[in-house]
Design a protein around this ligand. Sequence first.
Ligand code: FES
Length: 102
Amino acid sequence: MQLRVCAVAELPPGEVAVAQGPPRIAVFNVDGELYALEDQCTHQQAWLSDGFVEGCAVECPLHASLFDLRTGKPSGPPAIRAVHTYQVAVVDEQIMVTVEDS
Ligand code: FES
């Protein structure tokens, strides 16, 4: 199933957009590349969309685990588990992410 996030024009480089879902997904635009991942940190209750992007990773705003935007993997504790990543595509000027049917 494809979930619409927003129009491409609404997500310029350096910004993040959130699809409320479920699942809630954050889409980051890093220098024109789009990355979609599960918005909730795997450690505790924090939204990665509130975090800080450093290169190709996002730092959790609560305890600073750094998640790779390409793989969802944390670089170190306190988070141990990766966040889910999603395929993202632009269709008719709309940003769409593919989520598994449940
Ligand atoms: S809630 Fe994200 S590292 Fe703790």
